[in-house]
Design a protein around this ligand. Sequence first.
Ligand SMILES: NC(=O)c1ccc[n+]([C@@H]2O[C@H](COP(=O)([O-])OP(=O)(O)OC[C@H]3O[C@@H](n4cnc5c(N)ncnc54)[C@H](OP(=O)(O)O)[C@@H]3O)[C@@H](O)[C@H]2O)c1
Length: 312
Amino acid sequence: MEYRILGRTGLKVSVMGIGAGGPSRLGQRDNNKSEAESVDLVLRGLDAGINFIDTAEAYRTEAIIGAAVAQRDRSKLIISTKKQLRGENITREELRAGLHDSLRRLQTDYIDIYHLHGLKPEQYAYYLKEIAPGMQDLRDEGLIRFLGVTENWSGDLEHEMLARALQDGVWDVVMVGFNLLNQTARESVLEATIKKDIGVLIMFAIRRALSQPAKLKATIQSLIDSGEVDPQDIDPANPLSFLVDSGAAPSIADAAYRFCRDESGTHVILSGTGNPAHLEANLAAFERPPLPAEVTARLKRIFRKSRSVTGG
Ligand SMILES: NC(=O)c1ccc[n+]([C@@H]2O[C@H](COP(=O)([O-])OP(=O)(O)OC[C@H]3O[C@@H](n4cnc5c(N)ncnc54)[C@H](OP(=O)(O)O)[C@@H]3O)[C@@H](O)[C@H]2O)c1
């Protein structure tokens, strides 16, 4: 497993991170796994060298992560979790109460990175003024180590919230949507995080479009219909098959993870699954060398105008 330094946090993190949310929530959403099976999946990931785990109050997987972490050395793991921001703006008291609930479920007395979850552009000003100082208090009390913010990509395709957040000095880590189908974060987010040495967690690396052939076809067709992808560049009946046919990767998902891993400025690529065979395939993907330069260049060219999809 490759390890990287997570920007100004100085934390040494595995490039592959366990994502306990997304479409599968460790198998608790789509795959109907038992909690014990999900705990085993997390333990397998940790034993393969992953030291970064991302969860959230909203995912209802914190207790599963807590059960796994209790069986390993907590001090060697980096736990990232998030405060849910539904409906009305939350108060500092709700932030603090939410953190204490997360600590209890995670069976730990500190969180390494505590995020505001899916912050929308229109919410940003309130959360910067009223809630970020509350997060700083929690940090000063030793309950959290670093402050993070994650975007609501499907409702904020242009990364407006993060572009704004990166102008403030408050956030140590950001979580951003990026994948080979939509590479807009390269300019609007990653250029600034590199300059400011902010930690970067990547979500949506494969999501549904890069893991389900029917969803990929529909996504490519929508990009062709909107004029964002040139049909001369891609076979709509069998999109991205060149990744496998050329021998560059054993699967599209494999290529998609490596594309994100080797993008400049990314630190942790989150990978979510409830399927042990998929976990093994994903661990193997992160061990493979970079995609051939001509393949990466081709993916950058095909999707250079793509901005209307997340692959979700
Ligand atoms: N705003 C936010 O804060 C936010 C939003 C979204 C996600 N996240 C974080 O990012 C993490 C990653 O989530 P994501 O949304 O980006 O999804 P993802 O992890 O890119 O995609 C997971 C999907 O791909 C499937 N999959 C995984 N490996 C596969 C393989 N080798 N072959 C075929 N299918 C495979 C999974 O199904 P199976 O279970 O069947 O494998 C699941 O449906 C989440 O867990 C969460 O921690 C944060």
